[in-house]
Ligand binder design. Structure first.
Ligand code: AHR
Length: 514
């Protein structure tokens, strides 16, 4: 017995030592047939939840906080800097309780509702369709509206499309004009319900597919919009049957996109603290996050069966880390801090999306401001950007760039005898010929050596940025807002067309070659 334990100990130690000393050879292919990384993979999500909209984005136009039509200017500037490509709204679970007509017209006349899902707070509907769509215009982001299927009607959703998209004379476009907006916004992305298997109505896949067909039929694109993309509510993580039923039962010409939701959670009953976590909890979060690779691969294989030409997009329209709410905050508001764990999680997940760009054409990090894995946190007049924000900003170089497929055998990151791939990577070439390689070291203790042959990539001179910190649990606070920011990365050498790189533990590196 003792002998066996000794053997196991030696084997594990050897594995760790070899992981530390080995060099990971990453091959990057300059493949003309590779897909373009859709910029919408870098999308965000804003729900009427906690302090995301009210007290986050929207402070109202009488606020002392500098704002444009009630939306904070500092948030607008930060998101423009991030090149935010799209924003999903108004939910989430909230979307299936939302009646858009409550949020138009003079603010003082708008009815209130109770936000049943999130904290039971009274929603005064002061932030509605005009506020959201005008904000998207200012941000330069495509709006992605989530329609109410659970408690709404077909007519209500059809009317919303006519209200936002029709330039001719009609009851809804006339109402829009009366409310101060002449030109339609031409909203392209339309979700037909949210999490229909759960908060969106607890429907079976077969029942929802039927509902989807009915709603989609009456959502005319009003001919002058350039077409709308109808998006079906997707599976809960690994519910592959859901994807199968959607693909089988919905005609492809009615289906622009199919969602998937997956949160990185240790255990739904014991999610762990957002800041005060152990190495084991970090490992468990990353294990859940890296499951995204398997989910995307398996859902894509099902979609391929019905849609070999890959016309239907996969949208991971909710993803991110989910922990216990910060102590002392409303449990229904889902406010959590954002540490280096979240930076690693974001970098590795975005690499997965990039590498599956042939099918994954949109993703929405949950959520943008003050909720879950937020890129922005606010405290009254103060605003900070999180480590996740900085990862998204470094990775913005991949938006609409051509994927350069990578292949490599990752070393292992081992905790308590369980392993995960330690290295994550993706690469792309932008329209100016610049090459970007994003590397993540998931390993919390060991640095990793990487070698990349760059001779065929048509670039010579490399620069780099890195996001890391002294502790995995480090974060940006309102007192130290710049504790974690990207800095120049010097841990590489170009040796006759071979990049030799050493990436520190729990870090995200982006290299640029020109
Ligand atoms: O993002 C928080 C919630 O998570 C969303 O409202 C819902 O769609 C999901 O379950």
């Amino acid at each position: 017995m003792k002998k066996n334990l000794l053997f196991l100990f030696v084997a594990l130690s050897l594995q760790t030592i070899s992981a530390q000393n080995q060099t990971t050879i990453i091959a990057i292919k300059n493949d003309a047939g590779a897909p373009t990384i859709n910029k919408n993979i870098y999308g965000h999500f804003a729900e009427h939840l906690g302090r995301c909209i009210y007290g986050g984005f929207f402070v109202g136009d009488t606020s002392k906080i500098p704002n444009t039509k009630g939306v904070r200017n500092d948030i607008i500037a930060a998101l423009k800097d991030l090149k935010i490509p799209n924003l999903r709204w108004p939910g989430g679970c909230f979307a299936d309780t939302y009646h858009w007509k409550d949020g138009i017209g003079p603010q003082e006349q708008r009815p209130t509702i109770v936000n049943k899902w999130w904290g039971g707070v009274t929603e005064d509907n002061s932030f509605g369709t005009h506020d959201f769509l005008n904000m998207c215009e200012v941000l330069g982001a495509e709006p992605y509206l989530s329609g109410n299927v659970g408690s709404g009607t077909v007519q209500e959703l059809a009317d919303w499309v006519q209200y936002t998209n029709f330039s001719g004379k009609s009851p809804m476009s006339d109402l829009r004009r009366k409310n101060g907006r002449t030109e339609p916004w031409k909203v392209k992305f339309w979700g037909i319900g949210n999490e229909a298997w759960g908060c969106g109505g607890n429907m079976t896949a077969e029942y929802y597919a039927g509902e989807y067909r009915k709603f989609a039929t009456f959502m005319s694109d009003w001919e002058n919009t350039g077409g709308i993309t109808r998006i079906a509510s997707g599976s809960n993580g690994s519910d592959y049957n859901w994807t199968e039923v959607m693909m089988k039962n919905i005609p492809l010409n009615m289906l622009g996109g199919l969602g998937v939701h997956h949160y990185a959670v240790i255990d739904w009953n014991k999610k762990g603290d957002g800041v005060d976590f152990t190495e084991l909890q970090y490992f468990q979060t990353m294990k859940s996050a890296l499951k995204m690779e398997e989910l995307v691969t398996k859902h894509a294989a099902i979609m391929d069966k019905y849609d070999p030409e890959k016309k239907v997009a996969m949208l991971v329209d909710e993803w991110g880390g989910w922990y216990e709410v910060e102590k002392g905050t409303n449990p229904g508001f889902l406010y959590q801090q954002n540490t280096m764990r979240d930076a690693v999680l974001a970098g590795a997940t975005l690499n997965i999306f990039n590498n599956h760009a042939d099918r994954v054409r949109m993703a929405n990090l949950a959520q943008c401001v003050n909720v879950l894995q937020a890129v922005i946190l606010t405290d009254k007049a103060k605003m900070i950007t999180t480590p996740t924000y900085h990862v998204m900003k470094l990775y913005a170089v991949h938006q609409d760039a051509k994927l350069l497929p990578v292949s490599f055998q990752s070393p292992l990151y081992t905790v308590n005898g369980e392993t995960l791939p330690a290295v994550s990577a993706s690469a792309s070439k932008d329209k100016n010929g610049a090459v970007h390689i994003s590397l993540v070291n998931v390993d919390s203790k060991n640095k990793n050596k990487i070698e990349i042959d760059i001779k065929d990539l048509g670039v010579k001179n490399f620069t780099g940025s890195v996001i890391t910190s002294s502790k995995l649990q480090d974060y940006n606070s309102f007192d130290t807002p710049n504790k974690i920011v990207p800095v120049i990365f010097k841990g590489f050498e170009n040796k006759k067309g071979k990049l030799e790189i050493t990436i520190p533990p729990f870090s995200v590196v982006v290299l640029e070659g020109k």
